[in-house]
Design a protein around this ligand. Structure first.
Ligand code: MYA
Length: 629
């Protein structure tokens, strides 16, 4: 992230110099204009809702109307898998046994291979089921309702293990490897993390050196916590390679992605890790000792492996939203079963306000999470490449919402929820890792905030450039000035009411107001901190939380609008949930943004920083107990 931070810093330096320009143009968010400003024409427009949020524009094309990319035939195609997959879970798989044994038995795995579960998105002619992202997500929901550990065996294999071959593979690579991993019984793994390189993925030390004849590389190094690491025979491995920088003529180390076969020799692994959850999935260290990799096995271009890794992760993250939507559904089923059966103090639990609030929040979170995940998969299926921030948000939202929902389900069941029989304790243990892997939620929050700020900064740089030659850029300057001036005379503000069904106007208004406040905050932070914004993680986290809440409002508003428009039987219920969500989410945005501006809270962040430093010096709590012994 620190490299990202430096890049933002570079942009922010330019911002510092143009403070005057920014100051005379106070922030004013607007819905996107149909005309493209002259200075922007050259660049391909970024259609991401979240990116544009940071520059105060409502880029609605990927949000409204709600994007469903499936035609009837595609719905029927995936529909045909729903029953067999559900049946597999009720009749074949035993999640409790998988968890107890910390492995999945061969018979169960054989069933999964027969179902085609290991090649869900691989083209049919290469042995897979050729599902698109939405179809894949629908099946992931069922997996998430039943067994998250098994979900990781399946997901680590295809969501990241061989996804690189699907995304970046040459025709030859696809033809050679995809049939094996989709229907040939061969497992795949994604090998990025190393002992000294977790969140800072670019700092990996594994090294691949090209042979003098240029025909192969020799790979050395080790990876840790590799899902499927002990069972995979094909791995996507990331390693440093020496690359000639064409611009400077100098050689430097850059990450390259490789397809590595265990059969190349020199690949070994450690024993399965003992974990808190997802126990039945194999996690192991993997060692590479003089592994000879043919040059044909470079995945993507030499030196571009970091982007390959990031894009594989970006591409798979929505899958967590889908999977955990299923988990939340299971938890809600358990909680409602209990609330409707259990009588205490002479009344069923469901009649108590405290329980009603819990159940309602659980359902709203499940709905909003599902709205986000299906929105992203829909956009991906429609060909969008501008979904990286949205996918990061989906991962953060899903993993935190599912944790909350599972915890509340256990709370509703009380002592029973704590017992193994309900399976909630297993889900809770399994869920914990979801906030950590595939990019920790902490890193992804910074990724969202800093990437968004960088995007807003680059736009302001454009405005600054336009001022250097005003005659040639009058259109952009007038547009910018009028956008911002209108806020002073009360004409501005984001109006999203035209995007939703009329009965959701009030909720849309709350979302619009949040966007307004958000954009002003982004700009004021850039003005106040310039390049130093990168050091303000307390503030960046609150900005990220606001972006998450706003995107969640927009996604669910869009989905409920579509439901209302099509007279869906659950439309009124969906409206109820979205109204509930928007009141709470917009309030959180207001609170988070107020904290960013509040001197009192900023002072508190400094206090927390001091407290943390003292703890780290002591490697312990600093205070004694009240009785001093
Ligand atoms: S696998 C391990 C997961 N590890 C991570 O996720 C690592 C987290 N770290 C990072 O993501 C990066 O290092 C960060 C950037 C973000 C911190 N998309 O200077 P930079 C570009 C596209 O900012 P850094 C696991 O856990 C950037 O624009 N591009 O980079 C599996 C720049 O480009 P340019 C990106 O400061 C668990 C360049 O890269 C992105 O070093 C099993 C350098 O950028 C991005 N995201 O760090 C899971 N980020 O130079 C199983 C950066 O052109 C899953 N860039 O400007 C199963 C789930 C589902 C189940 C399904 C059942 C079926």
């Amino acid at each position: 992230m620190f490299r990202a931070i430096n890049k933002v810093a570079k942009n922010s330096k330019a911002l510092k110099n143009q403070t005057e320009v920014i100051r005379c143009l106070s922030a004013q968010p607007q819905t996107k204009s149909k005309q493209t400003p002259r200075a922007e024409k050259a660049a391909k427009p970024n259609l991401s809702f979240v990116h544009n949020l940071f520059r105060g524009q409502v880029e609605s094309s990927q949000v409204f109307p709600y994007p469903i990319a499936l035609n009837q035939e595609q719905i029927e195609y995936v529909g045909a898998f729903v029953d067999p997959v559900s049946k597999f879970f009720s009749e074949v798989n035993n999640a409790d046994r998988n968890d107890m044994n910390a492995q999945v038995d061969e018979e169960t795995l054989k069933h999964l291979w027969e179902l085609g579960a290991f090649g869900l998105q691989v083209p049919q002619e290469l042995g897979g089921l050729e599902l698109n992202n939405t179809q894949y997500g629908r099946l992931a929901e069922i997996i998430g309702m039943n067994d998250l550990g098994l979900g990781i065996v399946i997901g680590a294999h295809q969501s990241i293990g061989f996804k690189g071959i699907l995304l970046y593979g040459t025709k030859e690579q696809k033809e050679k490897y995809l049939p094996k991993v989709s229907s040939g019984g061969v497992y795949a793994a994604f090998a990025l993390t190393e002992p000294s390189s977790g969140s800072d993925a670019a700092s990996i030390k594994c090294r691949a050196v090209k042979s003098a004849d240029g025909k192969h590389y020799i790979l050395n190094g080790s990876k840790i916590w590799i899902s499927n690491g002990g069972i995979a025979d094909i791995m996507t491995v990331f390693a440093q390679t020496e690359v000639l920088d064409e611009a400077t003529g100098q050689k430097k180390d850059k990450v390259t992605a490789f397809i590595v076969e265990r059969g190349f020799g020199g690949v070994s692994n450690g024993p399965p890790e003992k974990k808190m959850g997802i126990k039945c999935s194999n996690t192991a260290e993997v060692y590479f000792e003089d592994v000879k990799i043919p040059v044909e096995n470079v995945l993507g271009k030499e030196g571009e492996g970091f982007k390959v890794a990031m894009n594989i992760l970006n591409n798979g993250r929505f899958g967590m939203g889908m999977t955990l939507g299923g988990t939340m559904r299971y938890c809600i089923q358990k909680a409602t079963d209990h609330a409707t059966q259990r009588t205490q103090f002479g009344k069923k639990l469901e009649s108590y306000g405290g329980i009603q609030e819990k159940l309602a929040r659980m359902s709203v979170l499940q709905y909003v999470n599902q709205s986000i995940a299906y929105m992203i998969s829909g956009n991906m299926d429609l060909g969008s490449n501008d979904y990286h921030l949205e996918a990061a948000i989906s991962k953060v939202f899903a993993s935190e919402a599912a944790w909350y929902v599972c915890d509340e389900a256990i709370q509703i069941l009380g002592g029973m929820g704590f017992m193994r029989d309900t399976q909630l304790e297993r889900f809770m243990r399994d869920l914990r890792i979801f906030r950590i892997f595939e990019g920790t939620n902490d890193i992804l929050r910074l990724f969202v905030a800093l990437t968004g700020i960088q995007y807003a900064g680059s736009h302001l740089k454009e405005v600054q450039k336009a001022f250097q030659n005003p005659a040639a850029n009058l259109g952009l300057i007038f547009k910018e000035a009028s956008k911002r001036a209108s806020s002073y005379i009360g004409l501005g503000g984001v109006d999203m009411t035209g995007l939703v069904e009329p009965s959701l106007k009030n909720s849309a208004k709350l979302c619009g107001e949040s966007i307004d406040m958000f954009a002003r905050t982004v700009e004021s932070l850039l003005i106040k901190y310039g390049k130093k914004i990168v050091d303000e993680q307390f503030l960046l986290n609150r900005l990220a939380d606001s972006a998450i809440d706003i995107y969640a409002m927009a996604s669910s508003l869009s989905r409920a609008s579509s439901a209302l428009k099509s007279n869906s039987p659950t439309a009124d219920f969906e409206k109820l949930m979205v109204e509930t969500w928007c009141v709470e989410a917009s309030d959180r945005v207001r609170i988070n943004l107020r904290k960013i501006h509040s001197a009192e809270f900023n002072e508190n962040y400094k206090r927390m920083s001091v407290i943390s430093k003292k703890l780290c010096e002591a490697h312990d709590i600093v205070h004694n107990n009240p009785i001093g012994v």
